[in-house]
Design a protein. Structure first.
Length: 405
């Protein structure tokens, strides 16, 4: 795809844009990284072929520890301006309440999240609407060639290209699949047919039978209504996938009959979106002048809920610790780049993400006696803890505070 000339001014094909750091890929990871670095005073070139990010089914809720990182990076105000806040999630299984999660979270479309991140860049011209066709890396200066004929020269290149691996492939970076077609995710928006609001602020319904392969359905507010994210560990070619796309309401209630009393007579109000996700990591990525972040480095299981935390950890560690320090001295060799990949927080986040992906799949789908017992104990422990906290309000919060002390 060539540059969008409605956004950028016509320029000479031989122009070279000089920056400290060039970021390839303007999704959430790339846009956040660009904003952090630019606000710190670095010259940043963020290259993406889309001036406005499209409506894609990706990250749609932010909460928990993720909010702490957003706050540290200075984006919490921007997030609050575009997200729909909620504080209480009703968790159910087989129609019965397991427990209630308390804590601030935000629901919002991924495109709005990316747009918010891009607005945090001090200079809008830092976004170059174009496509990178080639990268030449070295121990000193990196060179990007763009589809428009322009060039970008920078000391460091950050690949934030998600699962699109064409550019990395040209650099000799390969993606190793750990689990093919690991999970399937569906996203859609619902509303009651009578126009009345739902009786819950947000709700999570866990799968009832291992044969169904359903981890959970998460319902939370967004500007367009009540958003539904369904996470499954099941063959993507199974006929139930077609049923979910064509007869969503009936299929959801067939797979999760305990939902009926909570949803009533509802309908889907927009198109059904879905992802089939492989678990994968890259190899051959330790190269001079180039660093990979987010899904460009390792993919995640959406059901595990660790993808945003991994992405934010990458952005925070690279953009507040390593990149600024690297730029203070000459060179951009492998020894510098290796520091980021060996960062303790990054490694821990990457390993935790893979561990949780395998755990969620086993907890959802394994039907041997050991995992059946473990599954029952998992939900029983949560239910008992919830009941105790109801009888003694604040007990659970005190225990958690004591454990963190």
């Amino acid at each position: 795809m060539t540059a969008d000339r409605t956004v950028t001014e016509p320029i000479a094909a031989t122009e070279t844009i000089v920056a400290d750091i060039a970021i390839v890929g303007g999704g959430l990871a790339g846009s956040l990284a660009a904003a952090v670095l630019a606000r710190a005073g670095h010259r940043v070139a963020l290259v993406d072929k889309r001036a406005v990010y499209p409506d894609e089914f990706r990250v749609e809720k932010i909460g928990g520890h993720q909010l702490e990182i957003f706050r540290r990076l200075g984006f919490i105000g921007g997030l609050e301006s575009v997200g729909c806040p909620y504080d209480r999630v009703l968790n159910i299984r087989e129609g019965k309440v397991v427990d209630v999660s308390i804590g601030r979270a935000y629901g919002l479309p991924y495109a709005d999240l990316v747009a918010m991140a891009r607005r945090q860049m001090p200079d809008p011209s830092s976004l170059i609407v174009d496509e990178v066709t080639a990268v030449r890396s070295s121990d000193d200066v990196q060179h990007l060639e763009l589809a428009s004929g322009r060039r970008v020269s920078a000391r460091l290149v950050v690949l934030a290209t998600g699962m699109a691996g064409a550019l990395g492939y040209k650099l000799g970076i390969r993606r190793r699949v750990l689990a093919e077609r690991h999970s399937v995710s569906f996203g859609f928006t619902i509303a009651r047919r009578d126009g009345a609001p739902f009786d819950f602020e947000a709700l999570t319904c866990y799968g009832e039978r291992t044969a169904d392969g359903i981890d959970y359905l998460s319902l939370f507010p967004v500007s367009a209504g009540m958003r539904a994210n369904l996470f499954m560990f099941r063959d993507p070619t199974d006929p139930v996938m077609r049923d979910l796309r064509r007869e969503t309401e009936a299929t959801v209630l067939r797979l999760l009959p305990g939902l009926q009393p909570y949803l009533g007579d509802f309908r889907v109000t927009d198109r059904i979106q879905n992802w089939v996700m492989d678990l994968s990591v890259v190899e051959g990525h330790l190269q001079a002048g180039v660093v990979l972040i987010g899904d460009a480095f390792q993919t995640n299981c959406p059901a595990a809920g660790t993808g945003v935390a991994r992405l934010l950890t990458d952005v925070e560690r690279l953009c507040t610790e390593y990149a600024p320090r690297w730029l203070m001295t000459e060179g951009m060799g492998r020894e510098k780049i290796s520091e980021f990949y060996a960062d303790r927080d990054k490694v821990a986040a990457d390993q935790h993400s893979l561990k949780m992906a395998r755990f969620r799949q086993a907890l959802t789908s394994r039907d041997d006696i050991g995992w059946d017992v473990r599954r029952r104990l998992h939900f029983l422990r949560r239910s008992i803890t919830h009941r105790v906290d109801q009888m003694r309000p604040g007990w659970l919060a005190h225990v958690r505070t004591a454990l963190r002390a």
